[in-house]
Design a protein around this ligand. Structure first.
Ligand code: AKG
Length: 378
């Protein structure tokens, strides 16, 4: 009898335990070799990402937490974000039970306006085109094609000093680290405009305007900051409270966490009363575990601009863009020396790196373009 067969016969591990062991071994390898920066890395891991259960994600995340334990971060940016140190524990309790928390205080209006102004000098694009649009503001954004224009290179957002002061704010880093149970890694500084255009299913689905779970990393947390006033008409964000732990199981065997879920199904499975709509003034901040079901509602009138920061516990499933070292404030360079794991998604020559990824992600064949066109008429 071969050794391999003996090992299998004597193996008392459940398939879930095997998944945890095997995937964690792979996490260690990917992290050690920085494989998450390879252009084809995400494609190789997408199968694993789609197939693992919520319980397996949690177990692997616990192991990551043991390897890179959450530690108190000291940052020079302590008053750049409206979050108090004393609030961290209670916010974490809400994140754990409900999956979200809305900060009581708003981000300063002057800071919001300064960020919006600087975003006018940044390239945006819609999901179906490599064409870049610049100079977007509230008075001209309705002219974009599609429902949403996303920032093309997130390094352009990070170059904005106000964003660095928020993303590396001491209380925010300590809050997200506590939630993740490990040192946080900054993995996105995203921004997008949403406008009224099409309520066709394919458009809503492609623009995160149907309920879905994010599955970008093993464990992660998002911080949304509204840069425009958001009322019921211009696309308030929605979250289904309590779903971060139960969505995958409750949606059944045929459901994959990348699927879009109809409003009616959400109401009947999770209760209409649990769908929370976030209207709020410019500067409103939602901290959210987007492994729970969420979406942006379709804009009826006007437009919405927001910033989204994303922190994760490991770049194992990383598909996104990276950051570079240029344009960092001196204080951020100091932080990098003390907390290198927070900066795991930083690469040299980031603009070239991100542009190549952008071209690859947006490469669509003529037949794909034709299929999308046909779908939009159905
Ligand atoms: O635009 C929104 O409010 C939805 C955002 C979203 O679904 C996401 O970030 O995953």
């Amino acid at each position: 009898m071969k050794m391999e067969s003996v090992a299998i016969i004597n193996n008392n591990d459940s398939s879930e335990e095997m998944d945890v062991k095997n995937i964690f071994q792979d996490v260690l390898k990917v992290e050690k070799e920085k494989r998450y920066l390879d252009k084809d890395h995400h494609a190789k891991k997408v199968g694993t990402n789609l197939s693992i259960s919520t319980a397996v994600r949690k177990e692997i995340s616990n192991k990551i937490g043991q390897l890179y334990p959450n530690k108190i971060i000291e940052s020079p940016f302590s008053s750049s974000f409206p979050l108090k140190k004393e609030e961290i524990s209670s916010i974490n309790r809400d994140l754990d039970s409900k999956g979200f928390f809305v900060l009581k205080d708003l981000l300063d209006n002057i800071v919001c306006d300064s960020i919006s102004k600087k975003l006018e000098r940044v390239n945006f694009n819609n999901r179906k085109s490599v064409k870049k649009i610049r100079g977007l503001n509230e008075s001209n954004v309705s002219k974009i094609s599609g429902n949403t224009a996303w920032v093309t290179n997130q390094q352009d957002v990070l170059r904005i000093p106000e964003i660095q002061k928020i993303a590396f704010n001491e209380n925010l880093l300590n809050l997200v680290g506590k939630f993740l149970g490990s040192e946080p890694i900054l993995c996105q500084t995203n921004s997008w405009w949403t406008v009224s255009n099409s309520t066709h299913r394919s458009n809503l689905s492609a623009n995160s305007q149907m309920f879905h779970q994010d599955m970008a990393y093993l464990k992660f947390i998002k911080v949304f900051i509204y840069l425009t006033d958001v009322d019921e008409d211009n696309g308030p964000h929605q979250y289904v409270q309590g779903t971060s732990k139960i969505a995958q199981d409750k949606l059944g065997e045929n459901y994959q966490p990348s699927d879009r879920v109809e409003d009616e199904k959400v109401d009947s499975l999770f209760g209409k009363e649990n769908v929370i709509t976030f209207q709020g003034k410019k500067g409103s901040i939602i901290i959210e575990d987007t492994f729970g079901l969420h979406k942006g509602t379709a804009v009826k009138e006007g437009s919405r601009l927001l910033i989204q920061l994303l922190y994760c516990n490991s770049l194992y499933f990383h598909a996104g863009y990276s950051f570079g070292l240029d344009g960092l404030l001196p204080e951020v360079n100091d932080l990098l020396e003390h907390y290198p794991r927070v900066f795991s998604n930083f690469v040299p020559d980031v603009d070239k790196f991100n542009e190549e990824k952008f071209q690859q992600n947006n490469k669509r064949t003529i037949s794909q373009k034709l299929k999308d066109k046909i779908k939009s008429y159905l």
